[in-house]
Structures are given as C-alpha cells and as structure tokens.
Write a protein that binds this ligand. Structure first.
Ligand SMILES: Nc1ncnc2c1ncn2[C@@H]1O[C@H](COP(=O)(O)OP(=O)(O)OP(=O)(O)O)[C@@H](O)[C@H]1O
Ligand SMILES: [Mg+2]
Length: 335
C-alpha cells in the first residue's frame, strides 16, 4: 500500500520545449473523488500538463504523483491507475464501438469474461449500447467522444484525464457529455481532471478550477469563490460622450465605489458589492458631474471576468483580438 492524501499531486512540475516553457513550476493537489478543471486559453499548457501526469511526456523539472505513484519512477503503475481521453481522437474508425472497447480491454490484460461485462457497463453509462456494433466511422462527433470516455473507463481507473472533452461539439451535445462526466464522477467515484477553454464548462462541472495562463496557475479555487473574489457584480454603463469616460472612471475611483474599472469605447465596467443598491448612487455621481448615461446593466461576474482580472486578457482568442482592435484596457486594482 502507498500512503496517499491526493489523487494527483504535483510539485513545481515544469516542461520546457527548447526556448518555450509550456508548464512553469505548477504545484496542485487534487483530492480523491474531485472533479478538477484546468481552464485556460490555447497554448496555456493544459495538454502538456496532462501529458506529464499520464506519463506520455517526461517533466523537465519538478515531480508529480498520481494515486500516490511517481509519474517518472513508477510510470507503469501510474498507467494502470489512470484513464486518458486525448484532445485528438485515437479511436479506430474501421472497427465497431464494441471492438474498440474490447481492444482496449485486451491491452490492459482483462480476461474475456471481465471484458464482456465491463463493455456492457461502460456502453450503458454513455448510452451507446444500441450503436455498439456499428462502425465508428458512422458515429457523430458526440458519439465518438462518448465512446472515448467509455474506453477510458474500461479498466476501472482511479483517475480519469479528459483533455478538452467537448471541443468542437455543438452546445446540446456538450451538455449531454457534461451529464455523463458528472455521472461517472458520482456513480463510479472516479477522480476526474479535465482541461477546457470553455469557461461555462469549467463553471458547470468542476468542484475546483485552476486557471492556467502561459504555463502558470494564476488562480485556483471553487468556481463561486473565484467569481466572488472580484468583489461583487459587474455594472456596465454606456456613456454618451466617450471623451468623458476617463473623467467618470476617476470620479468612481475617488468615491470608492469601484473595485475594478475598465473601459471600452464608450462603455465602462465597474465591479461593486450589492450592485442593485449601488446603481442609484453611481448614476447620481455621473449626473452631478454633468455626464449623461445612455444605458446601465448589471450582471454577475463570469469566469471570463476572473481570467481578465488576473491576466488582462479574455479567455477566448476571438474576444481577445477584438479587444486589441478597440484598445481595450483593464486596470485591475491588485491587493
Ligand atoms: N511537442 C512540442 N514541441 C514544442 N512545443 C510544444 C510541444 N507541445 C506543446 N508545445 C508548446 O507548448 C505550449 C503549450 O501547449 P499545450 O498544447 O500544452 O497548450 P494547451 O493549453 O493544451 O492549448 P490548446 O487549448 O490549444 O489545446 C504551446 O506554446 C505549444 O506550442
Ligand atoms: Mg490542449
């Protein structure tokens, strides 16, 4: 027996590719039974981290244990304890769903009877029993993803790594897959570590999220705690004359009602506690200064706001490039 506190534990794990540092001194602890998310934009280092944890890539520095075993010194035992669903599909589309599962079971040395029983179980978990004997070539993207998750579960792994489990799937299929992931975590009790750049996915699924950017963890907590950290609701004000924007920002800062003030064209975003109650005060300040407001809206912060707060950029590249075009600038007040 190995004494174990965490399902996954890394200590300053680092990966360099020539001059690129893909993962930089990451230390995280994932508890047994946890559904843990790595959220970050393209190129953040998510896949590289998962590759090191699943023994596909050697760390350049630091160390990691999965289910108590060292990923470098005990790679073989680590492999027996994990399931992996890669970002790119690795199914054989000339075989049927059932054949793909059977092949995987053989690779893990499961005997015929165990394989047959487990195949039925995992097929039923992802609701593919009816299509099990069709060629994978005839499956939809969502069905392939479900089959890959089922395959990752064949040998009863303790820890399942899912790299971008819903990448490129339509919203409805994505929600379906979320339900399977939740079910496996609950009913099979499997610890799950997933990567995603969809903030809604991390928010909806994960008990805790590590936000990763340029190979480093910039924030780590439960989704609610991450959002609460911003200190309240996001109020957006649209003002009539963009040249009055800077003056209004200063006014709000001086009056202590804004935790974060950022601006974009003729809009200003401020984060305040109890947003509903603050709106009259915020409007009065503007009105007294002779600045006219065209519209006001109030919303709860999203994980994208959290990412923006920590990195100055949005998670989505498209949004990020849009913001560059309009010269979007965030001025975060850091503690
Ligand atoms: N085999 C490799 N050789 C050289 N550079 C690599 C290699 N694999 C990854 N990188 C680089 O390391 C960085 C992190 O890549 P990684 O694939 O881990 O990011 P990611 O967060 O998974 O991104 P995505 O959301 O696009 O999947 C990137 O700059 C990438 O170009
Ligand atoms: Mg990746």
């Amino acid at each position: 027996m190995v004494s174990m506190l965490y399902a996954v534990e890394t200590s300053n794990i680092t990966k360099h590719f020539d001059e690129i540092t893909a993962v930089n001194r990451v230390s995280i602890q994932v508890k047994p039974g946890e559904l843990f998310g790595l959220l970050g934009p393209n190129g953040a280092g998510k896949t590289t981290l998962i590759s090191m944890l699943s023994t596909m890539t050697e760390p350049s520095d630091g160390s990691a244990r999965v289910w108590g075993f060292d990923v470098q010194k005990q790679a073989e035992i680590v492999r027996q304890n994990i399931g992996v669903v890669f970002q790119d599909t690795t199914l054989d589309d000339r075989l049927t769903g059932r054949e793909n599962l059977d092949l995987h079971g053989r690779l893990y040395g499961l005997d015929g009877r165990t394989r047959r029983k487990r195949i039925e179980e995992v097929l039923s978990l992802v609701e593919l029993t009816d299509r099990a004997d069709a060629l994978v070539r005839t499956y939809s993207g969502g069905m392939m993803r479900r089959l890959e998750i089922a395959r990752g579960l064949m040998h009863h792994p303790r820890v399942l790594f899912l790299d971008e489990p819903t990448l490129g799937l339509d919203p409805q299929t994505r929600i379906h897959i979320w339900e399977y992931i939740k079910t496996l975590n609950k009913e099979e009790g499997v610890t799950i570590m997933l990567t995603t750049h969809y903030m809604e996915e991390a928010d909806h699924l994960c008990h805790r999220i590590a936000i990763i950017d340029h190979g480093e963890i910039v924030a780590l907590d439960a989704p609610e705690a991450l959002k609460n950290m911003l200190g309240g609701d996001v109020i957006t004000l649209e003002i009539e004359k963009p040249d009055q924007l800077a003056r209004l920002c200063d006014l709000y800062k001086k009056n202590g009602c804004a935790n974060i003030v950022s601006q974009k064209k003729n809009e200003i975003f401020i984060t305040v506690k109890e947003g509903e109650r603050q709106i009259p005060h915020i409007l009065a300040l503007a009105s007294n200064a002779g600045i006219s407001i065209l519209s006001v809206s109030l919303r709860k912060p999203t994980l994208d706001d959290v990412f923006l707060h920590h990195t100055g950029r949005a998670i989505r590249e498209r949004e990020a490039s849009e913001m560059e075009q309009v010269g979007y600038k965030i001025r975060a007040r850091r503690k």
